[in-house]
Design a protein around this ligand. Structure first.
Ligand SMILES: Nc1nc2c(ncn2[C@@H]2O[C@H](COP(=O)(O)OP(=O)(O)O)[C@@H](O)[C@H]2O)c(=O)[nH]1
Ligand SMILES: [Mg+2]
Length: 305
């Protein structure tokens, strides 16, 4: 098995054992009856797949013909097919289309603790051999947030532009982006603040930052990535809704899949929002960020090896 696949399987262990054990308990008979279907429905719902996706899966699954005897593996394979179909539209490569004479600007948004700064570090590590990258420390209210970004910058030898503590993030972005243009950076990551206590405040700040970015570089930000913590389960869906109202979210990165049994949330997201999932986080190390692959994710989620 390739390295990334085994890492994915390992990262999704908590989710897959929950689902696997559940399936073993349900499919004990040689035929599928209404009780089996009811139990399957309950398992999918408690695995965070959401009502819409669960209904779709159950409808398709109940009319499926199993030609041989019904063993655990064929049930898992059939379910993996259903999950892959739902997840597939989210499998979209994250592309850097650098404009002429300006950097490709990536605005990272998400609530505090979702994994924005860590993900910027991981992403930059993937891209740094190919592009001249810089960071803007837009989370100006938390000193620790700036330090954390600086650490990633040191680790990956990437320049970071920051302001004084508590300075206006939009003003910082304005100056820093102009510098980035002058320095001919290829890619700029903006680490935005993530306070969600006050929805209006957050929306206003994001709108202001976007406007300023756009003033310096037309068409920018070129990507707005919403980072979501998978351990929050269904709450992640509410976060998507809130952030979509505040910014033009182009895609998602789902972190901390290694720390939760709620990996099924990606199925609910795929069904209900259909936003691209560029990457998934399966650990805290630099190489624990993987491009999202629908089939591999579905297989790993069900514990198919
Ligand atoms: N286990 C695990 N931890 C993660 C992952 N991504 C981020 N973290 C951890 O989550 C915590 C918050 O991340 P941080 O980047 O500071 O979040 P931010 O507030 O959105 O910038 C840190 O301790 C990270 O190491 C992941 O994929 N897996
Ligand atoms: Mg941060």
């Amino acid at each position: 098995m390739t390295d990334w696949l085994s890492k994915l399987g390992f990262g999704l262990k908590k989710s897959s054992s929950k689902i696997s054990n559940g399936l073993s308990d349900i499919f004990t008979k040689q035929k599928i009856d209404s009780q089996t279907i009811d139990s399957l429905e309950e398992l999918l719902l408690t695995s965070d797949m959401g009502i819409q996706a669960t209904t779709k899966i159950i409808n398709n699954f109940s009319i499926r013909k199993f030609d041989k005897e019904i063993d655990n593996r064929s049930v898992k394979k059939a379910l993996a097919d259903e999950l892959t179909q739902i997840l597939k539209p989210c499998e979209q490569e994250f592309k850097i289309n650098k404009p002429q004479n300006a950097p490709f600007v990536i605005l990272m948004i998400g609530v505090n603790g979702a994994g924005k700064t860590t993900t910027i570090g991981k992403l930059a590590a993937r891209l740094k051999d190919k592009y001249q990258i810089s960071f803007i420390a837009g989370d100006t209210f938390r000193a620790a947030a700036v330090e954390q970004l600086e650490e990633w910058g040191k680790k990956c030898q990437i320049r970071i532009r920051k302001g004084t503590s508590g300075c206006d993030a939009a003003g910082l972005c304005y100056d820093a982006l102009q510098e980035a243009v002058k320095e001919k950076d290829d890619v700029v990551f903006i680490d935005a603040a993530g306070r969600l206590q006050n929805k209006i405040g957050l929306m206003d700040e994001l709108k202001k930052i976007t406007k300023v970015i756009n003033k310096v570089i037309p068409q920018a930000p070129h990507a707005v990535i919403l980072t979501l913590d998978a351990t929050t389960g269904q709450n992640a869906l509410a976060q998507i809704k809130t952030f979509k109202e505040a910014a033009q979210v182009s895609g998602l990165i789902i972190t901390k899949l290694d720390g939760t049994s709620k990996g099924g949330i990606l199925v609910a997201m795929a069904q209900e929002t259909a936003l691209p999932v560029y990457f998934i986080g399966v650990g805290e190390q630099l190489d624990d960020l993987q491009p999202f692959n629908a089939q591999a994710f579905a297989d790993s989620l069900l514990g198919i090896d």
